[in-house]
Design a protein around this ligand. Structure first.
Ligand code: ATP
Ligand code: MG
Ligand code: MG
Ligand code: MG
Length: 481
């Protein structure tokens, strides 16, 4: 009895409806009217005003699935995407909320009931974490959550987490509180047989994956940094939909669920490459399957690729996909636009905007592919010239920077090609040139780390990550998954 992703999404919502929650639609993934945030990065974003007490919700219990994008600011998972099998750029976050209504007791009991009774997840592969406390803040260990979990799960499966992982804050000020996360152990039986005792409870393992975060907002951080108790306490939960599908469909990777298999099958057919044979190609195929979702949902929300702000982020995501196709799947002609139909067939039941905007998405993606592939070809030619002018085996950092900066040729591609041709790159000189350019544009940029002071800024801070040399190194040292 295999549950499809459609059924899983529907059951989640139905479950919370049966607990008197109102089902609400996803907010747009692209945020147009909030100067502190470009993209929705968590389910709670659209409810910010309720938590701040600036407006009152129609219903004190709501549930939904929220389109999220984590490629900038506090949550930037881009470098992980494709390398691991459970971080995406765009993903759905399933959530349930209490605005001053129920608190820890119900939130924990219902999460447990849904996972173990409705979805029938084996209790022996679940772990939970609770906040261990923080002396410097005078915060105590969350014994309340601990004692509630004890009713459901053996104590050795309740692990302590620090402030970084288990204390959530909206920003420098405002509502905050401890959280409790549910993790799932998807190591194979074979692998588990090799370990025993304490090692069985090890949530640092890459195949012990966080699936659900239950946040308990019980404090308010004041302007002077001190904490006071909130008069009305709230619950904010977020569960990764694709990760849940992985668990319920008995897979080891989000990409093996029916959320992604149609896309991967299409990529296989169009590029004439097989998924699962060669790790470099696997990564490329995962990157493309992931990125087309981010790009298509963004365009459906009205955000076209462009040279500034949110549009620039979307353009860079699409170009990253094109480049992976170009470098690892030998795709020198546009092909990513062909995935849009597949995506729309798969997702438009839940997100009809994909169908209604389908033609626009196809056209925009195809045009971007054509133009960036031309850039790549010209860059290759220019790189050939640089190589032929190079004496010895080290290519100048300044020349590589010029290719990158003036012609838009990705530096990791330069590094890759040089490596293949037996050349090295003067990386220190390249980094120095890059640093210099960043200094020049930094003036306009404000960096902050809270959920609500996430930067909107020039290209450098938001997105420099993947086409620096660090990213090139990353490609060759990917984790075997
Ligand atoms: P992780 O530690 O795995 O990066 P997180 O702690 O950053 O996750 P939260 O901010 O707690 O994630 O978000 C709630 C849930 O959303 C997570 O428990 C996870 O299931 C899911 N999630 C978070 N980031 C991603 C992502 N990039 N892709 C897919 N699902 C994600
Ligand atoms: Mg994260
Ligand atoms: Mg986490
Ligand atoms: Mg978390």
């Amino acid at each position: 009895n295999y549950m499809t992703s459609q059924e899983i999404r529907a059951q989640f919502l139905e479950f919370f409806k049966s607990k008197q929650h109102t089902i609400v639609p996803s907010a747009p993934m692209v945020i147009k009217n909030d100067p502190t945030l470009m993209f929705t990065n968590a389910g709670m974003n659209q409810f910010k005003e309720f938590f701040l007490g600036n407006s009152d919700p129609k219903s004190t219990r709501v549930t939904d699935t929220q389109k999220c994008l984590r490629v900038s600011g506090k949550h930037n998972d881009l470098e992980e995407v494709g390398m691991d099998t459970y971080h995406h750029t765009m993903f759905e976050m399933l959530g349930n909320w209490s605005f001053g209504d129920y608190f820890k007791e119900e939130a924990i009991a219902w999460a447990w009931e849904l996972l173990t009774e409705v979805f029938k997840v084996d209790k022996d592969i679940l772990y939970v974490t609770i906040f261990e406390g923080d002396e410097s803040e005078g915060l105590e260990k969350d014994m309340e959550a601990y004692n509630i979990w004890k009713k459901h799960i053996p104590e050795d499966r309740i692990l302590l987490g620090n402030k970084k992982d288990n204390f959530w804050e909206m920003g420098d000020q405002g509502p905050c509180g401890p959280c409790s996360e549910i993790h799932i152990d998807i190591r194979s039986a074979e692998e588990k047989a090799k370990i025993s005792g304490k090692d069985l409870v090890n949530h640092d393992h890459p195949q012990v994956v966080e699936i659900w975060n239950l946040v308990f907002m019980q404090f308010n951080r004041k302007a002077n940094g001190s904490l006071e108790s909130l008069p009305a306490k709230h619950v904010d939960t977020g569960m990764g939909f694709e990760r849940l599908c992985m668990v319920l469909q008995g897979k080891q990777s989000n990409y093996d669920t029916d959320v992604f298999t149609p896309l991967l099958a299409k990529i296989e057919a169009v590029t004439k490459n097989a998924y699962g044979k060669d790790e470099e190609k696997n990564i490329a195929m995962r990157v493309i399957a992931d990125h087309i979702r981010a790009v298509a949902f963004a365009i459906a929300d009205g955000q076209l690729p462009s040279n500034t702000g949110a549009g620039y982020v979307i353009r860079r995501i699409l170009r990253r996909a094109i480049r992976y196709g170009f470098s690892f799947l030998n795709m020198t002609e546009p092909f990513i636009y062909e995935l849009v139909q597949t995506l729309s067939d798969q997702m438009s039941v839940a997100f009809p905007e994909l169908k209604s905007q389908q033609n626009l998405i196809v056209n925009v993606v195809k045009e971007e592919e054509q133009s960036f592939l031309r850039t790549l070809e010209q860059g290759l030619q220019l790189l050939e010239n640089v190589i032929s002018e190079t004496e010895g085996k080290q290519v100048s950092g300044a020349k590589a920077f010029e290719l990158y900066d003036t012609f838009g040729f990705p530096i990791d591609l330069t590094a890759l090609i040089l490596r293949e041709r037996g050349y090295t790159l003067d990386e220190a000189a390249f980094e120095a040139a890059l640093q210099e350019q960043k200094e020049r544009s930094r003036a306009a940029t404000k960096v902050a780390t809270g959920d609500w002071t996430v930067l909107i800024d020039t290209k450098d801070e938001t997105f420099v990550g993947y086409d620096t040399l660090t990213a090139a190194v990353h490609i060759t040292k990917y984790r075997k998954v």
